[in-house]
Design a protein around this ligand. Structure first.
Ligand SMILES: Nc1ncnc2c1ncn2[C@@H]1O[C@H](COP(=O)(O)OP(=O)(O)OP(=O)(O)O)[C@@H](O)[C@H]1O
Ligand SMILES: [Mg+2]
Length: 472
């Protein structure tokens, strides 16, 4: 077979697979370039195919091109964020994996597989801008107002919001109270919905930093290439389109930064974070200036640290640096004696919110609540009471039938019998089921994507794709 035939086969194959693929030969001429890639780079296939890739795309500085690196140095790049301009001058941001293809020890081509993250990047830029703008324009010290402006729904929690009398829980509160008087890093382990955010905020607002910012970032919520820029900021010229912008460390200066799910942070970045904590200065991505920062770190995980370290998800050295104060939050299952107190608290809260008069809960309903296992912990109990109160008419007492256990209910429903051929195709029906299940779990997990992905036994990226697809 002729080379041309092989190329045709590969080009076709790449189209079937649907991944965005770009292959250049040793001279940098594009020999394979598929529709998916063209869509992502917002040009036509014919704009690139058969042309030197350096003429079609501009990379500033030039060495940022992973294709060029693969060709010249045989260097492999995995999941790296790149921003560059296409032939029409449009800025494109992708995450690329680029590999050199070697035959007899010589690089004969380089292949790039890309994902489009332009939208995510714009979104994260906007978030940082909003936050920065709000902080700058704020009246000195009026951080409550700032917080409200950045996120009007954001509530500030303090120790008095932590409801519970269970001895184990009280012990954790006492330890957290002591920690609030110091500047030490705090490491919180607790399953989803056990109150990690509440504890983190309580510590911040009870301490000397209370008039400085409290900022939070979920490390699992962003692709790794963006997380670094969000945390440490970016410097102009770092890559095309990069602007000078402070990251969360600079924005939280003098205050507290909550790093949720710190074990989801890429291993290398965890090393970088450790250096920042040891040296007390940061360097913006692409920048060369050392900027001093004074930020208290509170880090959380929702699986035991030992397990995360054994799996290689959490760096030991970072863990020892963060774990100056360790708070392990009990699950609701471990403090069921607190259920009645929490129920009363939530009844009051939602009576007030919905203008209802539900004063108490019947014995059978309480028994049902005591029997449940609460994989979603206090958040789950709160949601159960919230929906019961919001559905109440004029009654003053909630009974067993008013208390709907979310996950239990989902399990009881036989999904399969719902399919009716005349309404929809099987594929459509399955999509509806998928959407419903994902939405349900997301709600139960309070929007926590990692946890939801784990519960559903799917990859995070896969889940993110579905969330986007279904507009959840
Ligand atoms: N001890 C508590 N007293 C009162 N309310 C609580 C308590 N613990 C949790 N809650 C309620 O549960 C909700 C979830 O708590 P929080 O956001 O702190 O959980 P989390 O541990 O950070 O969960 P995730 O891992 O999912 O982020 C809170 O908004 C709060 O309303
Ligand atoms: Mg949280």
């Amino acid at each position: 077979m002729r080379d041309k035939d092989y190329l045709a086969i590969l080009q076709k194959g790449s189209e079937i697979l649907g991944e965005a693929i770009h292959v250049v030969d040793a001279k940098g001429i594009t020999i394979i370039y598929n529709e998916a890639m063209a869509k992502l780079e917002k040009i036509g296939v014919e704009d690139a195919l058969g042309k030197p890739f350096r003429e079609v795309f501009s990379y500033i500085p030039h060495h940022e091109s992973t294709l060029a690196k693969a060709l010249a140095e045989g260097e492999e790049t995995k999941n790296k964020q790149q921003t560059y301009l296409n032939i029409y001058g449009k800025e494109i941001t992708t995450v690329n994996t680029t590999v050199p293809i070697e035959v007899d020890g010589k690089v004969i081509a380089a292949m790039e597989v890309a994902k489009d993250i332009t939208d995510i990047k714009n979104l994260s830029d906007t978030v940082l801008e909003l936050q920065e703008g709000a902080l700058n324009s704020a009246d000195n010290g009026d951080l409550a107002a700032v917080a409200k402006r950045v996120n009007p729904k954001m509530k500030q929690y303090s120790f008095k919001d932590l409801v519970g009398e269970n001895p184990q829980f009280i012990q954790v509160i006492e330890k957290a109270g002591k920690a609030a008087k110091t500047d030490a890093s705090v490491f919180i382990y607790g399953e989803t919905g056990t109150g990690k955010e509440l504890f983190a905020q309580s510590i911040h607002y009870a301490g000397e930093r209370k008039n400085k910012p409290f900022l939070a970032q979920n490390c699992a919520a962003l692709p790794e290439s963006l997380l670094e820029g969000i945390l440490f900021g970016t410097a102009k010229g770092g890559f095309t389109g990069a602007v000078d912008r402070a990251g969360l460390f600079e924005q939280a200066n003098g205050g507290t930064l909550l790093l949720d799910e710190v074990s989801a942070m890429p291993y290398e970045l965890q090393g970088k974070l450790l250096r920042v904590l040891q040296e007390d200065y940061i360097r913006r991505v692409g920048g060369s200036k050392d900027i001093p920062v004074d930020v208290r770190i509170i880090a959380t995980v929702n699986e035991p640290a030992d397990k995360l370290m054994a799996e290689g998800a959490l760096r030991k050295d970072l863990y020892y640096r963060l774990n100056i104060v360790n708070l392990t939050l009990p699950t609701l299952k471990e403090r069921k004696d607190d259920i009645p107190i929490l129920v009363n608290e939530f009844l009051e809260k939602y009576n007030a919110r919905y203008g209802k008069e539900v004063w108490m809960i019947a014995d059978d309903a309480m028994e049902k609540l005591m029997r449940h296992n609460y994989p979603g912990n206090v958040r789950e109990l709160e949601n159960i009471i919230m929906s019961a109160v919001s559905m109440a008419d004029k009654e003053h007492v909630l009974t067993e039938k008013d208390v709907l256990l979310q996950r239990g209910a989902a399990e009881e429903q036989p999904m399969i019998s719902g399919f009716q051929k005349d309404d929809s195709t099987l594929a459509e029906y399955l999509e509806t089921v998928e959407k419903t299940v994902i939405a349900g779990y997301l709600m139960e997990n309070g929007g926590n994507i990692s946890k939801t992905a784990k519960d559903l036994g799917m990859l995070r990226q896969n889940l993110q794709h579905k969330i986007k697809k279904y507009g959840l």
